[in-house]
Every structure is written in C-alpha cells, then in structure tokens.
Design a protein around this ligand. Structure first.
Ligand SMILES: NC(=O)c1ccc[n+]([C@@H]2O[C@H](COP(=O)([O-])OP(=O)(O)OC[C@H]3O[C@@H](n4cnc5c(N)ncnc54)[C@H](O)[C@@H]3O)[C@@H](O)[C@H]2O)c1
Ligand SMILES: [Zn+2]
Length: 350
C-alpha cells in the first residue's frame, strides 16, 4: 500500500503507512532513545503483545492504562502526563500510542497538552481505530459523565497501520469497526463495490484486513477538506450517527453495531421523506443487515430514543440526522422530535 500524507496546516502533517508495527518500532528505536520517548498502551494490549514490544523497543519506557472507555478520564490523562514528566520527555520527545481508540484519544490529548504539544505516533490496534479513530486529529477524554467533553484537535505525526493486530480482536470489536467501514462505503464507490461483493463474509478477518488501510485513506480524503470540522465537508462522516447515538445511549449495543442500525434506519427515513436513489439505499440496507445478523433492528422499535433529544445538531426543537440519499450523497433531514421517534420505530419494525 502506498503511504499517504495528510497536511492540515503548514505546520501539521500526518504520515500514514501500512507496515509491520514491531519492525517499525525496532527500526526507530535508536531515534526514540535519542529524542526521549514513552510508549503508552493499555493492559490488554500489553498482555497480548508486551513481550514482543519490549524486544523491539528495549530501553524505551512504557506506561499502560487500565483498558476501556471507563478509564478514558482525567485520572488516566494526568497519570500519563505525570509519567511523561517523570521520564523527562522534552519538546523533541515522542509519545507513542499503541492500542485502540481509547489509547489514541487519551494519548493524542496528552501529547497535544504536554509542553503545548509534542510528537504523537499512533499505532492503532483495533479495527475501529485503524479505519477511523486514529486519523483526523480529534482527541478527548470523557468528563462529568459526558463523552468526549474535554479535548482538542491535535494531529498525530505518524500513523502505522498494521492489520496483523486485528487477528486477536473478538468478533464484537470487529463488528464495531465494520460499522464505520460500511459508512465509508456509502460515501465511496470503490469501497461500496467491495463491500457488496463480500456481503456474505463481511466479518471475515482477511476481508477486513484487506480494506483497513483503504478506509483510513478514504477518511483522510474527507478530513483534508475540513480538518477542523468548520466547512461542513466532515459532516459526511456523521452519516447514520444521530440515530446510532440515540440507540447507543440505551447501552444495549456497541458503537459499530449502532452505526449499522443507524445507517439502515436513516436510509429508510430517506426513502420515506426525500427523493433518493432507492436501489442504492436498498443495497446499503441489505449490507447493514448482513453485517448485523438477523433480528436486531426489530428490537429498536422498543427503545425510547430519548437521547436523540440531546443531540448536538438539534435545532429549534427539531432533530437533524444526516441521512444517505445515494452513493456519496447525503442530506440533513430536519424532523420534529416526536415525528422522528415514530418514523424510526416504524422503520425498525418494517
Ligand atoms: N478520535 C476520533 O476521531 C474517534 C473516532 C471514533 C471513535 N473514537 C473513540 O474510540 C474509542 C473506541 O475505540 P475502540 O473500539 O478501539 O476501543 P478500545 O480502545 O477500548 O478497544 C476495545 C478493546 O479492545 C482491546 N484491544 C485493543 N487492541 C486489541 C487487539 N489487537 N486484540 C485484542 N484486544 C485489543 C482493548 O484493550 C479494549 O478492551 C471511544 O472512546 C471513541 O470515543 C475516537
Ligand atoms: Zn462512529
């Protein structure tokens, strides 16, 4: 795979490569020892890959957080910042984040804050992080019970995407990444074709490994147009997400599953309310249902969807999902809350 570069300003650029992570770490060890570095990971990743990492990076200190969203908080952030200070990292230092989206979000934020910003090298190890979270510069911790409340835009200097990490991921984590892959497919013709051709084995590891880097490249093409989420181009990446967040808030499903349900339901809303490419939307719905497996969508009809009321994009009592209307096409669909809730329930029961 050809490397790619994402420049968001004259000073900020991200180099993205597809490579064997441990070989890359070993190759850079001398540089890292010279500059001063800290490898940040979580305890699960450490248990799986710790020995190999230590072999590749001997002499480079390591800090592991407790795994999971529960620990994406100020306590972990400040423990990490404290460790960076104790290890004597300077302006030229490097923080390496090796893990899923949680390690990436906390690590990226710590690197952005420490001495007003040091280099962050990201080694994503989950499918979700490889196809989505690692790239784009969004960093955050959850605070006061609100997800991603405190954060900032800090671009990683490097991303090394190694699909080999995915072989230890449980199926549910793969499904979580697949949601974003199908979302990208709704926006990109070549990706959509690949997904349709592989509809019967969307969760096969070899298929997911073969499309991971292409997804990151696609996300880069969108972020490039709207690096700081100001122009609206990045809104494309919110496809299916208003409904996904409303479902996710009820805590029955993981984010990626909710994205698949959100895409299928919003596609049905688009067919009900807007002029759209019906055959395309039917193919998209079929992909989402194949990825989800049977039965899940019908259960959504019983959810309250109350969280939709608090969506950041709500305007004047209306909820405004960004719904797919054709391949690479999407529109905001403003609906009064009660009408939205009723329409989603009907769409789920169909
Ligand atoms: N910054 C962004 O643009 C962006 C985009 C999407 C999501 N996110 C954030 O990403 C987070 C979700 O990311 P995630 O799903 O990667 O969660 P995660 O980092 O919690 O990883 C999921 C689980 O997989 C484990 N794990 C990691 N790599 C593994 C491997 N190779 N094999 C086996 N287990 C492994 C982790 O320890 C964890 O238990 C959320 O906090 C979300 O807000 C950020
Ligand atoms: Zn998402």
């Amino acid at each position: 795979m050809r490397p790619l570069t994402l420049c968001v300003s004259r000073k900020e650029r991200t180099e993205v490569i597809c490579a064997d992570a441990l070989e890359e770490l070993a190759r850079r060890r001398e540089t890292l020892l010279g500059r001063g570095a800290l490898l940040f990971t979580d305890e699960n990743v450490l248990a799986l890959f710790g020995e190999k990492i230590e072999r590749a990076m001997s002499g480079v200190p390591l800090f592991a957080m407790k795994p999971g969203e529960r620990h994406k908080n100020e306590k972990t952030l400040f423990s990490l910042l404290g460790e960076m200070e104790r290890r004597g990292l300077g302006r030229d230092g490097v923080l390496i984040g090796l893990g899923g989206g949680v390690v990436g979000d906390v690590g990226g934020l710590a690197a952005g804050l420490f001495m007003r910003g040091i280099a962050f090298w990201s080694f994503p190890t989950t499918l979700l992080a490889q196809v989505d979270a690692a790239l784009g510069g969004k960093t955050a911790i959850d605070f006061a019970g609100i997800k991603n409340l405190v954060g900032g835009f800090f671009q990683p200097a490097e991303i090394v995407c190694d699909a080999g990490f995915l072989s230890t991921l449980p199926k549910r984590e793969l499904l979580s990444g697949l949601g974003e892959i199908v979302k990208h497919g709704a926006l990109s013709a070549p990706l959509f074709e690949k997904l349709c051709q592989n509809e019967k084995h969307l969760l096969d590891l070899s298929f997911l490994q073969s499309v991971a880097f292409e997804n990151l490249a696609f996300k880069a093409s969108v972020v490039r147009q709207d690096p700081f989420e100001k122009t609206g181009a990045r809104a494309a990446l919110n496809l299916g997400h208003t409904t996904a967040h409303a479902i996710e808030a009820e805590r029955a499903y993981r984010h990626g599953e909710c994205v698949l349900m959100g895409l299928a339901l919003e596609s049905r809303l688009a067919r009900k309310y807007l002029s759209c490419d019906e055959p395309f939307l039917l193919r998209l719905e079929s992909l989402c249902l194949s990825a989800l497996g049977g039965g899940k969508l019908r259960r959504i009809a019983d959810l309250s969807l109350a969280a939709a009321l608090r969506d950041k994009k709500n305007r004047a009592g209306k909820i405004v999902p960004i719904v797919p209307t054709g391949l690479g096409r999407f529109e905001p669909l403003p609906l009064p809350f009660e009408e939205y809730r009723q329409a989603v329930r009907e769409a789920a029961a169909r």
